[in-house]
Write a protein that binds this ligand. Structure first.
Ligand code: SAH
Ligand code: SF4
Ligand code: F3S
Length: 459
């Protein structure tokens, strides 16, 4: 069998795609790089906003056409598969295999079955399952929990992924060991709400560390860099900031979604914190980590959001001074409380607010990135950049960065670089050492690349 997976959605879906791909390989399938080469196409879906759902719909339409012309098995997995909306789509487009986010390990049974195979149960075996490490990669994701116990009124995730289940710390550490043995240098711990690790359905699980202690444990494993996402402000404790500060492997990067700067909107979203509480967490983080890089998620145009509410989001952005932000237009999702109870705002008004927020975000990202010029950053370089002669990667603070190749530094690895230029979206540096060592400046491999590293030409 020749299988091809297509992934929409967040990093949890990327992790799950890897998990299913490795199962397929263990059953003898070959992974191929395109739909045309495949006789089994599996789409890993996202349902968080209308757009990813539309994309899946048109892709499945395309695949149904292909099915009429050649033998092809089409599968759908992930968040949308769990919803009635997704199952309607699956029936319409004659999807053969359907796996909810809790039943991924049924992929083997699906392959054995000669007829339509749908499985939507949440199976406990998934939490103890350790997928083999990715090959030849310096970065990996590590899921530490699945599901979500919050009920933000706009969000479909608790419906698609079910209640929160934390993975046992022994399983997490075993998976980490296998990643390290495979040469992984940067691990991102994943969960919908990592700060609530070990506190499932409101109760503390016996023998599970707090998230802060899990960070300390992971930091002692020998991994070079640890990141985590996502944090919910309500479950954030100062001990997490303290653990970050005292654990050198944990990167100085916090993604703390705020969603809105207005208390009225936060209440209607059922976010369970106030603007003031959120800002007090930011102050705690800055106290422990003065050079922290801060990112957030913001929804604009939530039902009932007034111009005044929106102004509060803009002013909160200034108060925090985020390095980056994911900004979304509110998308009403069937099955969520806000869809049922609130009236959606006009499209133009939402779009116009998003434009203004993007202006704000660009100003801050430009200012923050400009502040990095002249500093020395530790880079994880993944490999060749778009332009030959350059390598691309990212800092501990997740800034995308490009550097010219230098003698002794032509491939993936952890390097040190001095930042020379910045745009709102990119840092441009010059390598000065490798693997954390303070080496003398590395000569550039190619003097033409030096000329090219001006941001005017690169941007
Ligand atoms: N568990 C994570 C978020 C998962 S969804 C957390 O709470 O931080 C990722 C982001 O999508 C959310 O932070 C939110 O900003 C956005 N989002 C979720 N539902 C949305 C909706 N209905 N419309 C627009 N954006 C949404
Ligand atoms: Fe959705 Fe809220 Fe849970 Fe995040 S915390 S996944 S936004 S319900
Ligand atoms: Fe989308 Fe599911 Fe992630 S809805 S954002 S893929 S948790």
């Amino acid at each position: 069998m020749k299988a091809h997976l297509i992934t929409y959605g967040c990093q949890m879906n990327e992790y799950d795609t890897h998990l299913v791909e490795s199962q397929l390989v263990s059953f003898g399938a070959d992974l191929v790089g395109s739909v045309d080469e495949a006789d089994f196409v599996l789409v890993n879906t996202c349902a968080v906003r209308g757009k990813p759902v539309d994309k899946v719909r048109s892709l499945l339409g395309e695949l149904r056409k292909q099915k009429q012309q050649r033998p092809l098995v089409v599968g759908m997995m992930g968040c949308l598969a769990q919803l009635e909306e997704g199952q309607r789509i699956a029936r319409k487009f004659e999807v053969d295999v359907l796996l909810g986010p809790g039943s991924l390990l049924d992929i083997g049974k699906a392959l054995e079955s000669n007829e339509r195979f749908w499985s939507l149960q949440f199976k406990d075996e998934l939490h103890g399952h350790i997928p083999p490490p990715p090959t030849g990669k310096l970065q990996a994701h590590l899921t530490i929990m699945r599901g979500c116990d919050h009920h933000c009124t706009y969000c479909i995730v608790p419906t698609t992924r079910g209640p929160q289940v934390s993975r046992h710390p022994d399983d997490i550490l075993r998976e980490l060991d296998s990643l390290l043995a495979a040469g992984v240098q940067e691990v991102t711990l994943l969960g919908q709400n990592v700060n609530a690790y070990g506190v499932d359905q409101g109760a503390k699980l016996a023998g599970y560390p707090s998230f802060a202690d899990l960070l300390r444990l992971v930091g002692r494993s020998g991994v070079r860099r640890v990141k985590f996402t996502t944090s919910h402000p309500m479950n954030f404790t100062e001990d997490v900031a303290a653990a970050m500060a005292e654990t050198p492997a944990v990167c100085e990067f916090v993604h703390l979604p705020v969603q809105s700067g207005s208390n009225r909107v936060l209440r209607r979203m059922a976010r369970e914190y106030t603007r003031e509480k959120y800002l007090s967490h930011i102050a705690e983080i800055k106290k422990h980590l003065p050079h922290v890089v801060l990112a957030t998620d913001i929804i604009v145009g939530f039902p009932g959001e007034t111009e005044e509410d929106f102004q509060e989001t803009l002013s909160l952005y200034d108060e925090v001074g985020y390095d980056s932000a994911y900004m979304f237009i509110y998308s009403p999702r069937p099955g969520t409380p806000s869809y049922k109870h609130f009236q959606d705002l006009p499209r133009e008004l939402k779009t116009e607010r998003l434009q203004r927020l993007i202006v704000k975000q660009k100003e801050w990202s430009a200012r923050k990135n400009a502040g990095k010029v002249g500093t020395i950053q530790e880079l994880l370089l993944r490999g060749d950049a778009h332009d030959a002669g350059f390598l691309e990667g990212h800092t501990r603070g997740n800034h995308p960065t490009v550097v010219p190749k230098a003698l002794g530094a032509t491939g993936p690895g952890i390097y040190r670089a001095r930042i020379e230029h910045a745009t709102p979206h990119m840092l441009y540096g010059r390598l000065i050492g490798q693997d954390g060592q303070d080496l003398p400046e590395l000569p550039r491999l190619n003097p033409e690349a030096a000329a090219l590293s001006s941001p005017l030409q690169m941007a």
